[in-house]
Design a protein around this ligand. Sequence first.
Ligand code: U2F
Length: 567
Amino acid sequence: IQAVFQSDMGLLLEQVGSGKESLSFMKRRIRRLSAQWASAARRLDDKLRNHWREQKRVLVHVGFLTEESGDVFSPKVLKGGPLGEMVQWADILSALHVLGHNLKISVSLKELHGFVGVPPGRGSCPLTGPLPFDLIYTDYHGLQQMKQHMGLSLKKHKCHIRVIDTFGTEPAYNHEEYATLHGYRTNWGYWKLRGQQYMTMFPHTPDNSFMGFVAEELNETERLNIQRNKVNNMAVVYGKEASMWKGKENFLTILHRYMEIHGTVYYETQRPPEVPAFVVNHGLLPQQELQQLLRKAKVFVGFGFPYEGPAPLEAIANGCIFLQPKFDPPRSSLNHDFFRGKPTSRKVSSQHPYAEQYIGRPHVITIDFNNSEEFESTIREIMKINVKPFLPYEYTCEGMLQRLHAYIQNQDFCSPQAPFPPANASWPWQNSKSSPFRLQPDSSVLTWASNGSFFPSWPPLSALRLLASLEGQSCVEACQGAGLICEPALYRFINIKEAFSALHFQCEGVESEMNHLFPAFSAEHAECGLQQDPLLFSCAGSGVGYQRLCPCRDYCDGQVALCKDCL
Ligand code: U2F
């Protein structure tokens, strides 16, 4: 069946159900953004004119909202607790619905049982017949529940699953035996899904797929009005929970010398002691009213927590400058409590690395907050500069629809992934002994010699750009350095001896090993290491003495998840 764009949200709102604050929050959001989704759908429909879009049977099981997982988020919706996750799930549901897929939603075990055909009751009764869904979107809690309640059959149906995973999961943590042997074991990882079955909130690591969410979009009149009505000396502080303000008196005092400070901190009866008297505290606001406040404010100030939430994008979209602290040294699961136990060793360089790296000045200013003079001079600078509202395309409704559409129609984790050459095979797909790579004129990057169209692959092989990292560098960094992005789906094409010779590495020996840094060249013994287990292909990761082989690709302006040949 062909999927048809759907702009009426009525059916979706019915399906979401009620009875929980979290569901009401999501429904309010779906309603509020419905016009924006509808016009995005029209635009994308125009662009995709001739594309056949297969309608998929989709189950969305939101594990963290189930009573069985403790549902710690719902009671905090009106009290300053995390809303980012709900923002994202509301947008995922909206996007799937608008794309016209056949959607079922579950927020309890009972509903899950109903949908996957397992009768409610005690014990686990494995699903034996075919899975009645093409795709299942869930989270780590939901995955656990499905394992318990679908029993062994989960293994059989694993390739249909997508895990919404805020901070991301790196391949070394995802591979159970490898993680256990090499110290990457956590409470979350070890499911042995393909890395790109995990979908993140920001494009954290290319090892995962970037799902994202959306922010409010403005029309031309609104943009002009915002720019006209900006209040130069008005600041909003990022942080809806009093604890996020703790110990910040110093900055607040400096900021207050120049600006009127507003906050949206939740409180019950009295002003929380962490929030000084000179701050205009509005209490936790509905999303819509927060937007109004951001439209007037000149600057949105982060004090270090929460990490990587949606609010800074909303602020920037409403014409604020986002001022945030740099983390030096960067924080990660290796050195910081909040990230400890998360299945990634990604280094978080500031409160919001996406804002820092993908948006940057003039919309985002990242500085050392320990330096009060720099903080103060930056405030003065901010009062002088004018910025326009800005929203990266990937965070617009059209951008999210385009990306999700591309994933749904192209990502396939169920078919066997040929070709994966055995360690000692030489270039196996052509009769010629010559290298499959060619150096493009004026470039240090190798590209695939033939057009590659005869290898089923998405992203297509034509997007592949091969390069070697510097010693001790990850492929994330190496590709970035060349203005490209690492593409794990293309590793299987470069895990061959010929890739080393194309890059002029002289291998004294070639070995094949389970090592998340491989394929890589080890300078010490001039050893070339090939990857033995495709599950360990990883863009993240670096090791002293290793120069890694990296499959990079280009990306569309404002849509890093998609290469230029991807659509
Ligand atoms: C992040 O979670 P948070 O929910 O704390 O992230 P924020 O960026 O603060 O805001 C999320 C939403 O809350 C809304 C605002 C944002 O869309 O419009 N909001 C509001 O409705 N009223 C207000 O007065 C203030 C904000 C992240 F998203 C999570 O994944 C992490 O778990 C968490 C911890 O790092 O940070």
